[in-house]
Ligand binder design. Sequence first.
Ligand SMILES: [Zn+2]
Length: 143
Amino acid sequence: MRLALDEAEAAARGGDVPVGAVVLSPDGTTVLATGHNEREATGDPTAHAEVLAIRRAAAHLGEWRLSGCTLVVTLEPCTMCAGALVQSRVDRVVYGARDQKAGAAGSLFDVVRDRRLNHRPEVIEGVLADECAHLLTEFFRDR
Ligand SMILES: [Zn+2]
């Protein structure tokens, strides 16, 4: 999560909402990919931290299945990212702050644990939640 927080700070430096993500290998010892929000930087509406990290991890592994992998992200994933996480077959999603307005991993929706879907990653929330939320609060206060 510390590495994801570093990524989030990089997003803020580029004028993007500070959210960062990291994908860990199945044994949890290797960082396969990192990502941070780049919507403003790239003008791409889908350039969320999780989507970019998932894409890079898949490119690194040479296949789309991220079975066994863990995605760590500073903010609860939105519906798009929750969908991408299900599609990527990650085993575990770890997030920091909850997103009461748009979260799709327990707050507004729970896409990643919906029993109607055939893949449901484990979800661990609240890791360094205060620090993750603080970055966002500061970013929006400065605007
Ligand atoms: Zn998202």
